[in-house]
Design a protein around this ligand. Structure first.
Ligand SMILES: Nc1nc2c(c(=O)[nH]1)N[C@H]1C(S)=C(S)[C@@H](COP(=O)(O)O)O[C@H]1N2
Ligand SMILES: [Mo]
Length: 401
């Protein structure tokens, strides 16, 4: 607090005044000490697809499945613009729209006034495994391998608690989230945003069926700028895009958000030149998916037993879990059942291991999965223009010697 005040004081002085009291070197150290630019962003052990203007990175697959909880350094980052600079001391979240009592609340008040809860949930990008789509026909966007996924314990306030306090009006049907980032789009600047239906927003976090969490903590540590500090949404069961980072505003409305990232982008559309975004609706829940994470693609193995590990994610329906995970060395003619490893929790991935007997002529190992909501990873999925929701059998190429 003290330092924050000092920096505000210095920032409000003009340069000459500040030079007069402290000299250039002292001035710059006074300004940069508590500088928001210097906010710790956490060490990352990721493969970066881009760093400028936005950071987009995923872990190597062998690192990804070392533990059920993904350590922050191995948690993928997907951002559309540079991390915005937000002063946590001055920050206020706004809750407005179709509510009886609009709220403007600081981070400290948010923590004091609302129960602090934790929930473990998997976050995954709708574009996870996009590079496989590109092998059929090139698609734009970050060329994700299968690492745009992670499982973390998130801490913060239940969205439902805050909305109850605000008093949602009868005609409030959708909850919009707006980020504080600045994305260059079509010659202008827009924030990242989206919305979720009111039923999802109000789902009780205690019932094992978490609705949505206004998150300040990730795996017991304060959120870092990469993951949306100081405040982000986490919407368990929904594609990552609905978990808006750097959350600045919540609006209750009678309709879905008009923000580009809900109203237009993040849809499975098949026409190109031009893309017809009206072809389908926004993606909310994530579908079942999975990947073989070890051995690495194109690894040289000997004929005989080969140990495999990986993850599967049941589709994002409440209470859902994996029913079966299978592997095939003959493109699906015969299957070997995998063993589930680690915890099974709603809205969380399931790690697995299996041993398959590869033959001298085995070229691929295929993975499929089925969940208790009746969803399964299909043999094929139709190519789509943005490369979203690639969830067909995961095919690992191997070299048998
Ligand atoms: N404000 C904002 N929120 C955002 C994004 C963004 O670019 N800006 N990216 C979204 C997408 S597409 C995903 S997959 C997740 C990624 O969260 P992570 O970077 O913490 O892994 O954040 C979502 N929230
Ligand atoms: Mo995403």
């Amino acid at each position: 607090m003290q330092r924050e005040t000092a920096s505000q004081m210095i920032n409000s002085m003009n340069r000459r005044q500040a030079m007069a009291i402290g000299g250039g070197i002292v001035l710059s150290s006074l300004i940069t000490k508590p500088s928001l630019a210097q906010q710790a962003n956490g060490e990352k052990d990721l493969i970066f697809h881009t760093t400028d203007p936005a950071r987009n990175a995923e872990p190597a697959l062998d690192k990804l499945v070392q533990s059920w909880i993904t350590p922050n350094k191995h948690f993928y980052v997907r951002s559309h613009a540079p991390n915005p600079q937000i002063d946590p001391a001055a920050f206020k979240l706004k809750i407005e729209g179709l509510v009886r009592n609009p709220i403007e609340i600081s981070l400290a008040e948010l923590k004091q006034r609302f129960d602090q809860k934790t929930t473990t949930a998997t976050l995954t990008c709708a574009g996870n495994r996009r590079n496989e789509h590109s092998k059929v026909k090139k698609v734009g966007g970050v060329p994700w391998m299968a690492g745009a996924i992670g499982n973390a314990t998130w801490g913060g306030s239940a969205l439902s608690d805050i909305l109850k306090k605000a008093g949602v009006l009868e005609n409030g049907k959708h909850v919009w989230f707006e980020g504080l980032d600045e994305i260059e789009k079509g010659g202008g600047i827009i924030p990242f945003g989206g919305s979720i239906p009111i039923e999802k927003a109000m789902a009780d976090l205690e019932s094992g069926s978490p609705g949505a969490l206004l998150t300040t903590m990730m795996n017991g540590e304060a959120l870092t700028p990469d993951h949306g500090a100081p405040l982000r949404m986490v919407v368990p069961g929904y594609v990552g895009a609905r978990s808006v980072k750097w959350l600045g505003k919540i609006v209750v409305s009678d309709r879905p958000s008009p923000n580009h990232y809900l109203a237009t982008a993040y849809k499975v559309v098949t026409k190109t030149d031009p893309i017809d975004w009206t072809e389908s609706g926004p993606i909310y829940r994530f579908p079942i998916n999975g990947a073989i994470c070890t051995p690495a693609a194109k690894a040289a193995v000997s004929a005989g037993p080969v140990e495999l590990t990986g993850y599967v994610l049941p589709s994002g329906s409440p209470g859902n879990s994996m029913k079966a995970v299978d592997l095939s060395i003959d493109s699906g003619r015969t299957w070997t059942r995998a063993t589930m490893v680690g915890e099974s929790k709603p809205f969380c991935w399931q790690l697995w291991k299996a041993t398959v007997n590869v033959k001298a002529d085995t070229k691929h190992i295929s993975l499929r999965g089925t969940d208790n909501a009746g969803d399964f990873m299909p043999g094929r999925v139709k190519w789509n223009a943005k490369g979203y929701l690639k969830n067909s059998w995961y095919k690992l190429p191997i070299k048998v010697s």
